[in-house]
Ligand binder design. Sequence first.
Ligand code: TYD
Length: 210
Amino acid sequence: MMNKKGKFIVFEGLDGSGKGTQINLLVQQMQKDGRTVFQTAEPTFSSVGGIIRDALGGFQKRDAYEMSALFLTDRIFHNINEKNGIKQFLDKGVDVVCDRYYYSSFAYQGIDANLEWVMKMNLECEEILKPDICIFLDVDTSLCDERIAKNRLEREIYENKAVLEKIRKRFFDVFELLKDSENIKIVDAARPVSEVSADVIKIYNDIKEN
Ligand code: TYD
C-alpha cells in the first residue's frame, strides 16, 4: 500500500490578523492528534527571502513586478529544496502548515503588478504545489492597524491602513476567482482567540482524513 501523503495547510490574512497565534494553536492540536507537522512561512530564510525582507523593511526599493518574481523564486525554493522543502515533507507523510503562500502574492503584488500575470506564473508553475486548504483569517483593517501599532516599532511597506484596505479587497477578488479551483475557508478572526481557534480546528478536522 502507498503511504498517505501529508496535508498541506496554508494560513492567510492581513498583517496583524493573528495568524501566528492561530497557527501555533492548530499545530499543537495536530501534534496532540499524533501528526508530525512542519511549520513554515513565506518569505523563507533562503537568500532570496533575505532580499525580500530588505524590500519589505524599505531598505531597498523594489517595484511590484520585482517583488512578484522574488516571491515566486522563494516559493519554488520553498517547495523543492531537498533539505526542508514542502514537497519532500508531504511525500514522507508529514503535514505542512505554512504562514502565507501564493494568495499573498495575488493580494499584495496583484495590486500594482498585473494580477493575471502574477496568478498565472504561480498557478501554472509545476513546482509550486497547490495547498489542500487555505484558511483566511479575516479582520477589518482598523483592527489590523491597532494591532500593528501595538506590536511593532517600525512598519513594513504594506503595513499602512489605506494599503491594507486595498489588499483585503484584493484577497476577496482573488477568492472569488479561485472559488471553483481552490479550497478556501474564510474565518472571522475579529473574535476571541479561543472561538477563532475552535473554527480553525473544525476546518482541519474536516479535511484531515480525506
Ligand atoms: P512578515 O512580517 O514576514 O510576516 P507576517 O505574515 O506576520 O506579516 O511579513 C510578510 C510580508 O510579506 C507581509 O506584509 C505580506 C508580504 N508578502 C507579499 O507581499 N507577497 C507574498 O507572496 C508573501 C508570501 C508575503
